[in-house]
Design a protein around this ligand. Structure first.
Ligand SMILES: *Cc1c(COP(=O)(O)O)cnc(C)c1O
Length: 373
């Protein structure tokens, strides 16, 4: 009897993606093995964090790194590092920022649900630009004595739409005014090369999730960046008494993420792309003859759907098609046997091959047919 049986929980087939609410991703056996090994002995956690950070920074090819309990924790800890620095009294005082520069400048179009993680460190967000139009001057004008950092949300499609600015332009403002830029790139991999890319462009601190495409523990993440700022992050992070103290990444999680990053960088990315393309072709073949349903392959360019490099299948219908809304279809799949999670956006119902286990694409095709027929 599995633990899910014991708890009377019916697991899901995931054709949605690396979505936190349904478990993020599945860890490879070697990651679980590393976690098991780590669980058998005691270690000094500060030493483990320092050496795992050094090891991952070298592996990825960035200046410095720190493992956190997730990308959201990474945002809190990065903000704390920019606000309180390495001063023990300031670190202890957060989220009370009295006497500290505590403003974080952010484009209006980059406001998102995770920016609470930035405010959690005591920072105030200063929103600039228009929702649909921005200029580097907007960012520049907001910078003053109280500025601690600039927050940038990395989403491919924002670079050309939605009033965003290219990261390069925002980084240039940061350099000119000597303000660090924190980049939220939580779900911006694959491609694996993105792990180092934003630091190479000049970002000061970049956060990633460990439990999405990297397939590490779901409660893990990474901050990659400048050595002096990563040192400040470490002082504002677990296990020190600090704003990051409640955001614990245990020794097993730390070990698991190290192994997961190793495996992720070794994995044949082209073979993964090929497998996604095969699944998408299979779905097109199986579903294209559904009555009144338009079925097409595509890459997401709608806000909030990441990563945009992975091909998907979109299904759309109108009055002449099935007498069901997209939400109803989503719900029927979610509550059927087996349970299947899929997404939907303005562009249609979305099937994503990224998180499927072998052969699950067949079950997905069968169930989607049954529901839509
Ligand atoms: C998933 C996500 C986060 C949060 O990441 P966790 O690792 O779950 O804490 C933050 N920002 C963005 C853009 C995300 O997609």
């Amino acid at each position: 009897m599995s633990i899910y049986d014991e708890l009377d929980i019916d697991p899901l087939i995931n054709a949605y993606g690396t979505v936190t609410r349904i478990g993020g991703s599945l860890m490879p056996r070697d990651v679980l093995r590393a976690m098991d090994e780590a669980s058998r002995q005691f270690v000094d956690v500060n030493e483990l964090l320092e050496k795992s950070g050094r090891y991952l920074a070298d592996l990825i090819g960035v200046e410095a790194a720190l493992i956190t309990s997730g990308a959201a924790a990474g945002l809190t800890v990065s903000t704390a590092a920019c606000v309180a620095g390495t001063d023990p009294r300031r670190i202890e005082r957060l989220p009370d920022t009295e006497g500290m520069a505590d403003e974080v400048v952010v484009l209006k179009s980059h406001r998102f649900r995770y920016d609470q993680a930035v405010r959690q460190a005591g920072a105030n967000l200063v929103e600039v630009g228009l929702g649909d139009r921005s200029h580097p001057r907007d960012v520049e004008r907001a910078i003053g004595e109280d500025t601690a950092a600039i927050l940038y949300l990395q989403f491919d499609e924002f670079e050309t739409r939605n009033g965003s600015l290219p990261l390069q332009d925002v980084l240039a403002v940061g350099v000119e005014h000597v303000v660090p830029v924190i980049v939220d790139a939580a779900a911006e991999i694959p491609p694996p090369s993105n792990l180092a890319r934003f630091n190479e462009m000049g970002a000061d601190l970049v956060v990633f999730s460990g439990g999405k495409a990297i397939r590490g523990p779901q409660s893990s993440g990474l901050i990659l960046g400048r050595a002096d700022l990563i040192e400040a992050c470490a002082l504002n992070n677990y296990p020190r008494h600090s704003i990051g103290r409640p955001m614990k990444a245990d020794k097993e999680t730390i070990a698991g993420l190290v192994k997961a990053v190793e495996l992720y960088l070794e994995r044949d990315f082209n073979a993964q792309v090929k497998r996604w393309d095969q699944v998408v072709d299979y779905w097109l073949g199986e579903l294209s003859d559904l009555d009144g349903v338009e079925v097409e392959a595509g890459y997401p360019d709608e806000p909030g759907i990441q990563p945009s490099i992975i091909p998907r299948v979109y299904l759309r219908w109108d009055g002449s098609g099935p007498d069901l809304t997209m939400e109803q279809v989503q719900r029927k799949l979610r509550n059927g046997h087996p349970r299947i999670a899929v997404g939907h956006t303005d562009k249609g119902l979305v099937l994503n091959p990224q998180t499927l286990r072998d052969d699950e694409e067949k079950i997905v095709a069968r169930r989607v047919r049954e529901v839509l027929e």
